[in-house]
Design a protein around this ligand. Structure first.
Ligand code: GTP
Ligand code: MG
Length: 444
């Protein structure tokens, strides 16, 4: 359909037609109710408050049952989230209730990071739901939705003001979950102090920009009660599972030496107001707000972080397919860039190694040449020595031959002329050459 057709269609006035008889679509709400009842409901409550503030007792009082409870120690090194799921049934309505306790909250010396595990838990539940939504084969119909629908923030009844831990934690949580602040153990604070405490808390929340859950006033049926209840926040509650006889009735109350605090007595505390608002009137709105406001915000931020957009830079609609293609191209481009960088790095490394090897080869060659020169020099010297020795040997041999010749001559002469022999002998020893030979050999 062209854009102009669409405009014309939407501008066209809706025509009211009267039906000739009963068709049956007035049963649609009943169909919806029947379907929801069959399917059952899930509701998830997060309890944040100091150890021993009365979280478990209040949960037991709210649902009029005894959930398994385990006292937390005051020595937890960090805040830990402990979810527990129960199947409850009232009339024919099934409720899968999850109560999540922030165990060890407020017990650490350094409380700077106390909010972090809580935020992470809430985000993890959103992430699980998003992953289920993004699956090709989704099963949201029977998916156990663990997203936190409400956070009951237990304020210690000091009568002074909120602690900085309360303000920081609520500020970190307010964009992720519906917060209902409650003053716990309200029986420990006097009526006038409680009134002032409530005003102080609300003004501190406003001045610190903490957004708490406001009971909706857009539905006429509940607008009046909800707007009245918004004025009673934070609810001052008392919890007890003990039953005490008041008059001739057994009521849940806390009994003291001076009297009885009745949990369900509106002039004693706001427990009934909390139960009405949380369970009877606004449970569905809390679930809806979680889905349409908090989860939507998480989903949007997450998808934007992943690079998905609804419009392109020229504010034109941008489909998921186009986003996918752009992302794919970006990814391939980056991959190519990385590949090129790695290739370049490899080439540089090879070049460096090659240069190093060449340098080593040159050094070795120089060393070899040097050794070769030394060797040749040595060889030359040895050769020279050998030549000298040979010359000496030759000279020696020559002298030896001369001496032998002379000796043989003298022997001959002796045999012929004994007298002459003596004379010749004398002459021989007086020969200058013979003297020099003898002295020369001696020197050598
Ligand atoms: P952890 O789970 O151990 O952190 O404690 P919790 O916050 O669940 O507190 P729990 O409900 O176990 O209560 C701790 C103590 O406070 C018990 O002795 C309760 O009886 C008492 N208590 C609970 N609610 C109230 C209340 O409204 N007023 C008073 N005065 N005491 C309460
Ligand atoms: Mg507990």
């Amino acid at each position: 359909m062209a854009a102009t057709d669409l405009e014309r269609f939407s501008n066209e006035e809706k025509r009211n037609l009267s039906l000739g008889g009963h068709v049956g679509f007035d049963s649609l709400p009943d169909q919806l109710v029947s379907k929801s009842v069959t399917q059952g409901f899930s509701f998830n409550i997060l309890c944040v408050g100091e150890t021993g503030i009365g979280k478990s007792t209040l949960m037991n009082t709210l649902f009029n049952t005894t959930f398994e409870t385990e006292e937390a120690s005051h020595y937890e090194s960090a805040v830990r989230l402990r979810p527990r799921t129960y199947d409850l049934q009232e009339s024919n309505v099934h409720l899968k209730l999850t109560i999540v306790d922030a165990v060890g909250f407020g017990d650490q010396i350094n409380k700077d990071e106390s909010y972090r595990p809580i935020v992470e838990y809430i985000d993890t539940q959103f992430e699980n739901y998003l992953q289920e939504e993004l699956k090709i084969r989704r099963s949201l119909f029977n998916y156990h939705d663990t997203r936190i629908h409400v956070c009951l923030y237990f304020i210690t009844p000091t009568g002074h003001s909120l602690k900085s831990l309360d303000l920081v934690t609520m500020k970190k949580l307010d964009s992720k979950v519906n917060i209902i602040p409650i003053i716990a153990k309200a029986d420990t604070i006097s009526k006038s102090e409680l009134h002032k405490f409530k005003i102080k808390i609300m003004s501190e929340l406003v001045s610190n920009g903490v957004q708490i859950y406001q009971f909706p006033t857009d539905d006429e049926a509940v607008a009046e009660i909800n707007s009245a209840m918004n004025g009673h926040l934070p609810f001052a509650v008392v919890g007890s599972t003990e039953e005490v006889k008041v008059g001739n009735k057994l009521v849940r109350a806390r009994q003291y030496p001076w009297g009885v605090v009745q949990v369900e007595n509106e002039s004693h505390c706001d427990f009934v107001k909390l139960r009405e608002m949380l369970i009877r009137v606004n449970m569905e709105d809390l679930r809806e707000q979680t889905h349409t406001r908090h989860y939507e915000l998480y989903r949007r931020c997450k998808l934007e972080e992943m690079g998905f957009k609804d419009t392109d830079p020229d504010s034109q609609p941008f489909s998921l397919q186009e986003t996918y293609e752009t992302k794919r191209k970006e990814f391939l481009g980056e991959l190519q860039k990385k590949e090129e960088e790695m290739r370049q790095m490899f080439v540089n490394k090879v070049k460096e190694t090659e240069a190093e090897l060449k340098e080593k080869e040159r050094e070795l060659h120089e060393k070899f040449e040097h050794l070769k020169r030394i060797h040749q020099e040595e060889k030359r010297k040895v050769e020279e020595k050998r030549r000298e020795l040979e010359e000496e040997m030759n000279a020696f041999n020559r002298r030896k031959v001369a001496v032998e010749t002379l000796q043989s001559q003298s022997l001959q002469a002796t045999s012929q002329q004994p007298l002459k022999k003596d004379k010749d002998k004398k002459n021989f020893f007086s020969l200058p050459s013979a003297c020099s030979i003898t002295s020369g050999r001696h020197v050598n």
